[in-house]
Ligand binder design. Sequence first.
Ligand SMILES: [Zn+2]
Length: 149
Amino acid sequence: MNPGNPSNNERSGDRDLYISGLLRQTKSLDLKLKQCDADSIPEMFPQTICDWCKLPIALIEFHRGIEYKPTTYMEAWAMDMKHPIPVYCVRHNGAEHRAGTSFEIECRFCPPRYDNTKEFWFNNEKEFIEWIQNLYQQHLRLRHPFLLS
Ligand SMILES: [Zn+2]
């Protein structure tokens, strides 16, 4: 960990508390999305997990810097899944005590049947949370349609 880097200082353990806090605000049916860390694999990025099947709904790299963030491993992993999920890179300016006003989203891998918009952005947390919630709805529709009927 680089102590001089504010984006690293925001992290407590391996978890980005700001992002965890946003994801806690999503809710579909009675199911909540969870941000989970694989503690046994420190290099593993946190996962955005479906409360029902315990699988990730998307692989998302969150970052605050301006540099290009590769998602090479996430893309390889997503493509090899039995039920592939989208991969996104999200650049944002939020922090634990400062609401985000910029969320730039880039789709790096889009499986069939998912919205394939390449780049889009939001300028408040509410829209960002709605987007994640829609992703979760899409996951529920594709994977657990009986929950929605
Ligand atoms: Zn699920």
